[in-house]
Structure formats: structure tokens, C-alpha cells
Design a protein around this ligand. Sequence first.
Ligand code: NAD
Ligand code: IPM
Ligand code: MN
Length: 342
Amino acid sequence: PTPLRLGVIPGDGIGPEVVAEGLKVLDAVLGGAAVETTHYDLGARRWHATGETLPDAVMEELRGYDALLLGAVGDPGVPSGVLERGLLLKLRFAFDHYVNLRPSRLYPGVASPLAAPGDVDFVVVREGTEGPYTGNGGVLRAGTPAEVATEVSVNTAYGVERVVRDAFDRARSRRGHLTLVHKTNVLSHAGRLWQRTVAAVGQEFADVRVDYLHVDAATIFLVTDPARFDVIVTDNLFGDILTDLAAAVTGGIGLAASGNVNAAGTAPSMFEPVHGSAPDIAGQQKADPTATVLSVAMLLEHVGRVDEARRVEAAVEADLAERGDRVRSTAQVGDAIAARLA
Ligand code: NAD
Ligand code: IPM
Ligand code: MN
């Protein structure tokens, strides 16, 4: 096959450490010749050096890859939001990553903080381009006692329908159960649009059982009975919060993978761990690279290398089954997973 062409953004903090392990595993499963990677120096270092977050020319170059792999962005030395919005969200919006796919599975041998978690295996389909993330809103009378700050959640019929449809498709090919999570009792303008859309699209998916939870109650059930979920569809902000919680109940944020998917195929999809740059452990080889390795498996599946994706998952699964509470460096975990693929 033609080599896979990947744009790689290691980013900040633990990003470069975990991405190195993801690429190590990718090389092991594909063989060095089958993948061409190009690294992009984007993040805090570049911003300090040049003031740039994501120059237009770089963005256009990134558009040309088969897929993108990102570590994490964000740094305590950069004002909050500059890199998150200027780099990560800019990519998600520009490349129309409307399906933010975040699977949670409790792998055999992995300890959950829950005493009896059950068989946990669900996926959150988080809307990726709208909601309160669009930057709509503003500040009036800034810095005065009468300051007013608004963040307007944008929900379009087009945007909600395409992500809901994607979630129904996934439910159909999984266990046929879709849960809409929202906050319709308070956020009823957007809530009604989501509910109406789920009801309408659901007409075409008679085989999918649909239910609804308010987001606050969803956090209860994610802790008391996470095995009840199959596919959760939700807006951008609720999905962000729920997926950190989902990670925590299925073995920790170091295992949680994600894909920012442009399911229409009009721009490259981008795969990244759910976690951030973890400045508290950066540069110490303490980060668990498993989330990045599993994100690489999602990337492989997305580009049609399904066999290789399954092999990476199997290698991770085998490593998880045996790792127990052994302390290993970031590179040792990557080496151990890669060794199973050799
Ligand atoms: P975080 O996910 O970086 O860290 C939260 C906690 O989880 C920390 O204690 C950290 O040490 C731990 N952790 C994270 N990844 C880990 C791993 N692989 N192995 C072991 N432990 C891990 O979240 P935060 O502290 O809220 O954010 C830090 C920075 O990262 C901020 O600038 C934030 O904006 C940014 N961020 C970026 C992304 C992204 O690039 N996708 C995601 C989340 C946060
Ligand atoms: C994530 C992160 C991002 C988000 C931030 C860094 C913009 O928390 O990928 O989960 O909120 O989507
Ligand atoms: Mn998050």
C-alpha cells in the first residue's frame, strides 16, 4: 500500500513524551517504510519565540495529510486559552471535526475506582464544532463592578443533525442503545433542538433504543452504573466533562483515547489522547502513553488499516492485563507495547 502520510503535533508538556511512544508503536505495527511522519513545532515554544499559534500556511499544509496525531497543548507560561483556542480548537473547527469520538472501555485487569463497575464499554459521541466552544459572547463594562460576561452556546440544526446521525449509526453497529445527554430542563432552547433531532433521526433507526438523561444525572450513572451505556451523544461542553469522568472510572485519564473526526472526509481527522499537557508531571517520563497508543489505533482504523488497528489494541490489552501496579517510565510502556507487535 502507499505509505500513510501523517502530520504530527507533539505540542506541550507531556505531549512530546506520549507522542514519541505512539509513533514507536505505529512504526512497530506498520514497519518504518509504510508511514511518513512530519512533525510540526506548534505550541508554547513557538508562541514564545514568534507569537504564532497556528499560521495559515501551516494549517493549509496540515490539510494535506491522511490524518493528524496530536499530543496536547497548553502551558502554564502562556495565558489560558491562547494555545487551546488558537491551535487545538482552531484545528477542530477549520477541519470540521464534528464527531469527537471518545470510547471508554474497562479492559481486563485494569483497576477501576468503582467496587463493582460491571462490563463497561461505551462511546461518547461529543459534538466537536459548536456549543459554547465557538467563542460567541463577550464582555460588557469590563473590569467594572457592572461587568457582564456571556458565552453563547451555538447549536445549529445542521450541526446537531449530523452528529446525532453519526451516533445513531454507531449505536446500530454496537448494542443498539443511544442515550442523549443534555440539560433540557434549563437549557431548553438548545435542548429542544437536540431532542427534536434525536426523535426525528430516530425514525430511521427503529432498531436503536433511545433514552435521555440530564447531564447532572448522567454523572451519577457514570459512577453508579457505567455498564448501562452504549453510545452517548451530547454537546461539546457536556461531552468534555463527561469524558474525563468516563476516563476516571475506566482506569484513568492515561488510558483515554479520542478522535476528532471529520466523518464527511473533507479534511483530515485528528487523533489525540483525551488528557492535556499535564504540566505537573511533564518532562519526567511519568505520563502513561497508553491513551496516545490507543488514539493511534483509532487513527489506523479511520484510515482503513483495520487489521493493524486491531493488533495495536490487542497489544495494549495484553499489556494492560499484565501491568498491575508496576511503575514504568513513559518509554518503557511504549517499548513493552511495541515489543508485542514486533
Ligand atoms: P490534564 O489532563 O493535563 O491533567 C489532569 C491530571 O491528569 C494531572 O494530574 C495530570 O498529571 C494527569 N494526567 C494527564 N495525562 C496523564 C497521563 N498520560 N498519564 C498520567 N497522568 C496524566 O488537565 P489539566 O491539568 O486540566 O490541563 C493542563 C493543560 O492542558 C491546560 O493548559 C489545559 O488547557 C490543557 N489541555 C489540553 C488538552 C488537549 O490538548 N487536548 C486537553 C485537556 C487539557
Ligand atoms: C479536551 C480539552 C479541550 C476541550 C480544551 C483544551 C480546549 O479539554 O480535548 O478535552 O475542552 O475540548
Ligand atoms: Mn477535556
